[in-house]
Design a protein around this ligand. Structure first.
Ligand code: GDP
Ligand code: IMO
Ligand code: MG
Length: 427
């Protein structure tokens, strides 16, 4: 049976949590494959609202096994408090599996994230301050701490020593901070070992055996295509691969196992943090999108930057992820605009450009070329099928589909599980 990847097609916050939760009841495993608690996935079930940061959204579906894959970076204290928060609300979290190869966000990684951002000043990335970048940097530098290291005190101590050696020099001599003591870090990390032990396993083996047994596995991306370290708007990106290939490396599953790649696509665009954003609005339309769409970060509480839909970006997401489907979200937010501009191409230094330029200087100069589509005023939140939508909303969706390069197989018309129009089944 199939492995499906579900990922963000823009700059994150497209509604991945809702889409995953919707499928959660029909899949056997939901796997996070990259990122960490920089993510904020909101899931609304009936009158209950959940904000998940590190746990896969499948944790809210009783039949589903949630998995934190090897590609994820894990802050143990955040994980444990997220688990106890869910337990207090009656959610059973006992099936969770965590890869022993996942890397740990240590307290010093969080410190380094914050001080480096401060030193970048106005050139800062606008990170979530959760230690994500420094933890991935340690992984690539081969001085990272993995979940399995919590179970061997001697190895853990050696590794923390190696990691802190250079960092303490930087912290004290460059950043004017106090040195971090090895013993203190080791003691804190060892304090998590027993609590995490029931969940830690060889998730690569589990997932491959599940696929051999025809189970359905859903890979849930964090962040989005344009935040990808390789394919995003570097350096204003996160430090992992949210794009489809990341699911293979971040979970240890071969590309031949993946049969469907679903891009979650907001009916307009948002971005949090610094970096270029061609369709960004600084007027009352941008303010209205933010207000009506509730565009405030789940993780950091920052206002999201808002703008019109950008088809150049959607086409790019189709290409770099090999998307088979789109799930268009938040169409209801656009209700009430008489006319809705959609960016169909860019103008860069007097040239019309149809595809995302690879050159960052070109992208910084990109001005959106808009086509304006007629809007609708009818409430669409109760729509259950495509034909329930007003004609202009149907035409808006069809136009986006044509420009974006993959079929729109579902449409979100509200935050709730049932506020979704299914066009083609994902399973
Ligand atoms: P994620 O990070 O991709 O999971 O997205 P977030 O949860 O950060 O942001 C998406 C927000 O939009 C959440 O508050 C969702 O509850 C909400 N949402 C998702 N789909 C829809 C939709 O179709 N319509 C509306 N109005 N809200 C939606
Ligand atoms: P979800 O999964 C939106 C952004 C940050 C910053 C950049 C780098 O909810 O879509 P990091 O802390 O990752 O080093 O920050 O990436 N960012 C997100 N933006 N949604 C997210 O997650 C994000 N995770 C990180 O704002 O610009
Ligand atoms: Mg989010």
């Amino acid at each position: 049976m199939p492995a499906l990847v579900l990922l963000g097609a823009q700059w994150g916050d497209e509604g991945k949590g809702k889409a995953t939760d919707l499928l959660g009841g029909s899949v056997d495993y939901v796997v996070r494959y990259q990122g960490g608690n920089n993510a904020g996935h909101t899931v609304v079930v009936g009158d209950q609202k959940y904000a998940l940061h590190l746990l896969p959204s499948g944790i809210l579906s009783p039949g589903c096994t949630p998995v934190i894959g090897n590609g994820v970076v894990v802050d143990p204290s955040v994980l444990l408090s997220e688990l106890s928060g869910l337990n207090e609300r009656g959610v059973d979290t006992s099936k969770l599996l965590i890869s022993g190869n996942a890397h740990i966000i240590t307290p010093y990684n969080v410190t380094v994230d914050k001080v480096t951002e401060r030193f970048l000043g106005k050139r800062k990335i606008g990170t979530t301050g959760r230690g994500i970048g420094p933890t991935y940097a340690d992984k690539i530098n081969r001085v990272g701490i993995r979940v399995q290291d919590l179970y061997d005190e001697s190895i853990l101590t050696q590794k923390v020593e190696a990691a802190l050696d250079g960092k303490n020099q930087l912290l004290t001599k460059l950043y004017n901070r106090r040195a971090i003591a090895v013993d203190q870090v080791v003691e804190e990390l060892l304090g998590y070992a027993e609590k995490l032990a029931p969940y830690v396993t060889d998730t690569v083996l589990v997932l491959n055996q599940a696929l051999d047994d025809d189970k359905v596995v859903l890979f849930e991306g964090g962040q989005g295509t344009l935040l990808d370290i390789d394919h995003g708007t570097y350096p204003f990106v996160t430090s992992s691969n949210p794009t489809a290939g990341g699911a293979c490396t971040g979970a240890g599953v071969g590309p031949t196992k993946i049969s469907r790649v679903i891009g979650i696509l907001k009916a307009y665009t948002t971005r949090v943090g610094s970096g270029p954003f061609p369709t960004e609005l600084f007027d009352e339309d941008g303010e209205a999108l933010r207000r009506i769409g509730g565009e405030r970060g789940v993780t950091t509480g920052r206002d999201r930057r808002c703008g019109w839909f950008d088809a150049v970006i959607a086409r790019y997401a189709t290409r770099v992820n090999g998307l088979t489907d789109f799930f268009l979200t938040k169409l209801d937010v656009l209700t009430g605009w008489e006319r809705i501009p959609v960016c169909v191409a860019y103008e860069i230094d007097g040239r019309r450009v149809e595809e995302l330029p690879y050159s960052q200087s070109d992208f910084h100069h990109a001005k959106p070329v808009y086509e304006t589509l007629p809007g609708w005023s009818e409430d669409i939140t109760k729509a259950k099928s495509f034909s329930d939508l007003p004609k202009n909303a149907q035409n808006y969706v069809k136009a986006l589909e044509e420009m974006s390069g993959a079929p729109i197989s579902a449409i979100g018309v509200g935050p709730g599980r049932d506020e979704t129009i299914e066009i083609n089944s994902f399973l």
